[in-house]
Design a protein around this ligand. Structure first.
Ligand code: PMP
Length: 361
């Protein structure tokens, strides 16, 4: 048995060279005579490692100096709840644009802490499109506008940054973090879990414009106060050191690949290859997302019936193509093709799809 191409939505495939490096230095890291998991987060070796990861992320995403980069626990889910507490007072409003499951989840998480309003939703169309910007009912006094640039389950992605008219944009980029260049200065907050494009689970990243923190006027437990993490280099308490270290290696790998621009070019090519296989299948494979909103990262598609979807998954696995089952909310097949998925993996998938369609069409 050998490593397969892994299309899992998250936790997701990591670059193989990163895993090999982890393996090579697992027992003795950086001359510490111990594993990275076994040394203090306050020791020089780990502090250097943590700082290097932040530096590399700042460089790769061209993050301006007036933004904090926070390395936190609790995943994107906890972070959404914390952001609601940290970015607005209880009487303040926040607008939400819903283009899928995760936007809904963020709304649920934030709703108890502020006055949430849905400014636009694509739910009626089964989350297969982005609501026309002209129809968004934005409140200019809202503390922020929340949206999900890439909806992991529905496979809907914004290919440009919406104009929020001066209201800070808060974007859950869990599933498209660093997948292409993004103008950070257009956002109030970019946040997400690491376990798709950046590293292992257990770590969430928030990139927060500095002036947005510390203005909510609430009394929060100190650990929920993001400004405390910001002022303590995300070490207000013990951070997930192993995940942080692996994330640092992934960032070095992205740099060696040519950075965000190279990722974007490669991800665009991968997505084009897969969508053209779907669209060129004479209707055997179907993706129902409006073409202009199709995700480069998560590609859901259907076969003519569930029996053939089941057979597809079984045969794909035997052919070394893993993690292709669609989310239970949508069904069908979903191929997640994050940064670490090589073009050869997508090529293997489309070759398999063509062969399967020939045999089962
Ligand atoms: N937002 C998006 C866009 C996601 O894809 C996910 C996880 N699939 C989440 C939020 C939830 O992330 P976590 O499990 O890290 O809380």
């Amino acid at each position: 048995m050998s490593r397969a191409f892994n299309f899992s939505a998250g936790p997701a495939a990591l670059p193989e060279p990163v895993l090999r490096q982890v393996q090579a230095e697992l027992l003795e890291w950086q001359g510490e005579r111990a594993s990275v998991m076994e040394v203090s987060h306050r020791g020089k070796a780990f502090i250097d490692c943590a700082a290097a990861a932040e530096r590399d992320l700042r460089e790769l995403m061209a993050i301006p100096d007036d933004y904090y980069v926070l390395f936190l626990q609790g995943g994107a889910t906890t972070l959404s709840a914390l952001l609601a507490l940290n970015l607005a007072g209880p009487a303040q409003g926040a607008d939400f644009v819903l283009t899928g499951h995760w936007g809904e989840k963020a709304l649920e998480n934030m709703k108890p802490s502020l006055k949430a309003r849905v400014a636009a939703s694509a739910k009626d169309g089964g989350y297969t499109s982005i609501p026309d910007r002209a129809g968004w009912q934005l409140d200019p006094s809202a503390a922020f506008l929340h949206y999900t640039p890439n909806e992991t389950i529905h496979g809907v992605e914004f290919h440009d940054i919406p104009d929020a008219g001066g209201v800070p944009l808060v974007a859950d980029v869990s599933s498209n973090f660093l997948s292409r260049p993004m103008d950070v200065s257009r956002f109030g907050v970019l946040y997400g879990g690491a376990q798709k494009n950046l590293g292992p689970s257990g770590l969430a990243i928030a990139i927060v414009r500095k002036d947005l923190l510390g203005r909510h006027g609430r009394e929060l437990p100190p650990i929920f106060e993001l400004l405390n993490q910001a002022k303590n280099d995300s070490m207000f308490n013990t951070p997930p050191t192993f995940a942080w270290y692996v994330l640092g290696l992934v960032l070095q790998w992205v740099k060696a690949q040519g950075g965000a621009a190279a990722m974007g070019e490669r991800n665009g090519r991968k997505a084009a290859l897969l969508y053209s296989a779907i669209d060129g299948s004479g209707g055997f494979y179907r993706n129902t997302v409006q073409p202009s909103a199709r995700s480069w990262m998560n590609v859901p598609f259907f076969l003519p019936d569930e029996a053939r979807e089941k057979a597809f998954l079984k045969e794909a696995e035997a052919a070394g193509l893993l993690g292709l089952k669609g989310h239970r909310a949508v069904g069908g097949i979903r191929a997640s093709i994050y940064n670490a998925m090589p073009e050869a993996g997508v090529q293997a998938l489309v070759d398999f799809m063509a062969d399967f369609a020939r045999r089962h069409g």
